[in-house]
Unconditional design. Structure first.
Length: 131
């Protein structure tokens, strides 16, 4: 077994030893099962190289494509949010259906969000506004 292979997998007898290795690397306890494998003879193989790659991936997340903006970035640059547009339209006297038609197209919302106008209208009423 070469030195790089020895570093890639460590064989231990007890789970406590395996978790100690992973804890020293900085792996969270919820992820231990991903890197510990039980062998036929009862010993445990700790995938050290795999754990190191996992930690490296967590520390250096993959960036999105440079030309593509996330939804939140687009909204921040436009300066309008779903709640702001909905509240403005409600204050202007629009019905829930009219508010929904506007915010659905503007923010590309699916039908699961159909209750937004009613929710914002109720919220404004609780604040004491006449809507």
């Amino acid at each position: 077994m070469s030195k790089t292979q020895a570093a890639a997998v460590r064989i231990v007898k007890a789970r406590d030893s395996a978790t100690a290795i992973l804890r020293k690397l900085g792996v969270k306890s919820r992820d231990y099962a991903l890197f510990i494998e039980k062998l036929a003879d009862g010993t445990l193989a700790v995938q050290v190289a795999k754990a190191q790659m996992h930690l490296h991936a967590l520390a250096n997340p993959v960036k999105d494509e440079p030309g593509v903006k996330a939804k939140s970035e687009v909204r921040k640059t436009e300066g309008e949010t779903v709640s702001g547009v909905a509240r403005r339209l409600i204050r202007e006297g629009k019905t829930n259906a009219e508010v929904w038609a506007v915010i659905q197209t503007q923010f590309n919302l699916d039908d699961k969000k159909r209750g937004y106008p009613a929710w914002y209208r109720c919220q404004l009423r609780h604040k004491g506004e006449q809507v």
